[in-house]
Ligand binder design. Structure first.
Ligand code: DMJ
Length: 639
């Protein structure tokens, strides 16, 4: 219509043509019809037409040709094929580039691409790390232009990792006697029985209830399901239960849902789910396990958003909100929980190229190495707000246990480079030896608990892992210290064995005491149960591997027989309520750690030393093997 506007001092051009009013009206009608026709014809031109791009804005071009790429502001001229990732920005770009209007699938792909990007992409000069709502993102420092990523996305070199192993993961199978083989096969049969029943009655639930033949979900994993599947994966693989391993893998691929919204224990999700997924990835190289581990790892990050960076114990996996356990005094975090993340989180960084996981656990290390320790001991409760101890209760059993385990294993996993972890372990063990290690009147060595300077002469079943841990540390020590620690490890393991042999079932109670005339027996009714725990056989396995004294295999076989006699029921294995009666009642629960740990350690006890060799692997606290970071590539025979 601009063309028809009357210019000042000039007659309108229809008038200049000498037209009358009805004729003028007809002329205008004709002209506007012509214009509409021309404009409409533009849409019929191919997308590549320069004429079309001259008149139509880009957004209109894209939306006219493909609704699935509506959010793309790409300069791509062939947007009819743009139903996937936009061509610009590149795959390694940060998710914040995605328009808020972008379809969910597109945003998810961008996020995944960013996650897989290497450390350089995430910590480019001028960038700072920011953790928000479970995702870590590299943000340009204020004033800096947004970094354009040109490097290839980070890729973990799995083949190189496999070449770094000294031994085939499932061993070379040489030189074993028939009895050892038969016992190993028996344990394999127990694993198959435990798995088959779980699969039949509870697949997808967290645990099997073997008496009622159904599944249990519980409230420890924040809505995550399949704890038994994830915990069982690497054991099935190591035992060469191929078909069962495929069943478990298929469940992970098809049914393992991480988009859940519930309150989870940070510690339990880490040791069982992240540990199980990482181990299975390293054993098999199957990408699905790696990507699930990384995705879940990111969901745990908001728990670290506290004034000290010490994470809280409980996290909502959907909202990222976190808080402390209601039972933990004064909103404190638990030593064995925040101190048992290091191994898994270093591997999350190694596999993703994203340093944020390692930074989180290195910060925990920093807080712990700075805080004053009473008598050199580490109390179990620490405030995530102030970074100081809340209560002076020290224990190498529950609430403290795996913190010490992860110190020595961090050093081993680093190929002995992490000397800070080694020093913390050595100092802690020295304080434990000085203040907590005691001998009973009957000559049994035990580790007592400490409550503000007063000793509680009790050992929990959980504390029995320490025989194996101390032996592992001793193996890498020298001189007098090596011998002293190896003796201590053997004595503690022997005491734990006594707690088993002194019961009627030959299974050990939840806690046993060394006071009021009792020696390695439970004195309280509430401590007489056995829930298929692994710690005692875990120590047998280490002591066997490190000393080859036949008694450890004998003791392990005693446990197998007791499990068969008292815990095996028609549809799986169950814990028992009282180890001091030969007709115990069952608790109707097949714990997932029975498949992850108890049966795995028993199996390894009857394997050659090259199966999951201690030269190549450290076991996380749920017995999931994580590889030692060999800094040289002195490879041996490969599977
Ligand atoms: C397992 O989940 C782990 O070993 C953890 O460290 C403590 N205890 C249970 C098994 O007893």
């Amino acid at each position: 219509m601009v063309l028809l506007r009357k210019l000042p001092g000039m007659p309108g051009w229809p008038a200049a043509l000498g037209l009358r009013l009805p004729q003028k009206f007809l002329f205008l009608l004709f002209l506007s019809g012509l214009l509409t026709l021309c404009f409409g014809a533009l849409f019929l031109l191919p997308d590549s037409s320069r004429f079309k791009r001259l008149f139509l804005p880009r957004r209109a071009t894209a939306s006219a040709s493909s609704s699935s790429s509506a959010s793309s502001s790409s300069a791509s001229s062939s947007s009819t094929r743009d139903t996937d990732l936009p061509r610009s920005p590149p795959a390694a770009a940060e998710p914040r580039h995605a328009s808020p209007a972008a379809p969910r699938r597109l945003r998810e792909k961008l996020r995944t691409a960013a996650r897989m990007a290497g450390p350089a992409a995430r910590t480019a000069p001028g960038s700072r790390q920011q953790v928000q709502g479970g995702e870590s993102r590299a943000q340009p420092a204020s004033g800096a232009p947004p970094a354009r990523e040109t490097r290839a996305p980070f890729r973990f070199d799995y083949e190189r990792f496999r070449r770094s192993l000294r031994h085939p993961v499932r061993g070379g199978r040489s030189g074993e006697d028939p009895e050892t083989r038969a016992r190993r096969m028996k344990i394999k049969e127990m694993m198959k029985f435990a798995w088959d029943n779980y699969k039949q009655y509870a697949l997808g639930k967290n645990e099997l209830r073997p008496l009622t033949k159904n599944g249990h979900i519980g409230n420890m994993f924040g809505g995550l399901r399949g704890a038994t599947v994830i915990d069982a994966l690497d054991t099935l693989y190591i035992m060469e239960l191929e078909e069962e391993f495929q069943e478990a893998k298929q469940w992970v691929e098809k049914s393992f849902d991480l988009n859940v919204n519930g309150e989870a224990s940070l510690f339990e999700v880490n040791i069982r789910y992240i540990g199980g997924l990482l181990a299975t990835y390293y054993l098999t190289g199957e990408e699905v396990f790696k990507s699930k581990a990384l995705e879940l790892g990111e969901k745990l990050l908001p728990a670290f958003n506290t004034p000290t960076g010490i994470p809280r114990g409980v996290i909502n996996l959907g909202s990222g909100m976190s808080w402390s356990w209601g039972w933990a005094s004064a909103g404190s975090s638990i030593l064995a929980e925040f101190g048992t993340l290091h191994l898994e989180f270093l591997h999350l960084s190694q596999l993703s190229g994203n340093p944020v996981f390692a930074e989180k656990v290195m910060n925990i290390r920093k807080v712990l190495s700075r805080v004053e320790k009473p008598q050199g001991l580490y109390p179990n409760f620490l405030s995530p707000v102030t970074g100081s101890w809340v209560q002076h209760h020290v224990s190498i059993g529950g609430l403290g246990d795996s913190f010490y385990e992860y110190l020595i294993k961090s050093w081993l996993m680093s190929d002995k480079k992490d000397s800070e972890a080694k020093k913390m372990y050595d100092d802690a063990l020295e304080a434990i030896e000085k203040h907590l290690v005691k001998k009973s009147a009957g000559g049994l060595t035990y580790i007592a608990e400490w409550r503000g300077g007063i000793l509680d002469h009790k050992m929990g079943h959980l504390a029995c892992f320490s025989g194996g841990m101390i032996a592992l540390g001793a193996e890498h020590s020298t001189g007098e210290r090596r011998q002293r620690h190896m003796e201590l490890a053997a004595e503690i393991t022997s005491t734990c064995h006594e707690s088993y042999t002194r019961s009627d079932t030959k299974l050990g109670p939840e806690a046993f005491r060394f006071d009021a005339g009792s020696e390695a027996t439970a004195t309280r009714l509430s401590e007489r149960y056995y829930i298929l725990r692994p710690e005692v056989v875990e120590s047998y396995m280490y002591l066997w591997r490190l000393t080859h004294q036949p008694k450890y295999r004998h003791w392990g076989w005693e446990v197998v027989q007791a499990l068969e006699k008292h815990c095996r029921v028609e549809a799986g294995f169950s814990g028992i309520r009282d180890v001091y009666t030969t007709t115990p009642t069952h608790d109707n629960m097949q714990q997932s750690f029975f498949l992850a740990e108890t049966l795995k350690y028993l199996y390894l006890l009857f394997c050659e030393d090259d199966v999951l060799s201690l030269e190549d692997w450290v076991f996380n606290t749920e017995a999931h093997p994580l590889p030692i970071n060999h800094t040289d590539l002195r490879a041996a025979g490969q599977p």
